[in-house]
Design a protein around this ligand. Structure first.
Ligand code: ZN
Ligand code: ZN
Length: 84
């Protein structure tokens, strides 16, 4: 059964309890974490400015834009060479 949520302040409908809709700017976010990100000191930031991407809801763009981790060079390790 699909649970629907609505705002009351706009006509948005969304599904999923984990979604977070902002009653101030009427954007819908994929998670409460993203919602928290866009709320800064009681004000709404534009999702775009936080590198979120729109996919029906705002999602974190950081997940797909993650820079490749630098591989730490792990040497072969020195094992007390040829002590036998
Ligand atoms: Zn907002
Ligand atoms: Zn709304």
């Amino acid at each position: 059964m699909t649970v629907r949520h609505s705002c009351g302040g706009c006509e948005n409908l969304w599904t999923g309890v984990a979604r977070a809709h902002c009653c101030a700017c009427h954007e819908t976010f994929d998670s409460v974490g993203l919602f928290d990100m866009h709320r800064s000191r009681g004000k709404c930031k534009k999702p775009q400015s936080l590198r979120m991407t729109w996919d029906g809801v705002w999602r974190s763009g950081l997940l797909v834009r993650q820079p490749p981790f630098e591989m730490s060079l792990v040497g072969p390790g020195r094992r007390g060479a040829a002590t036998a």
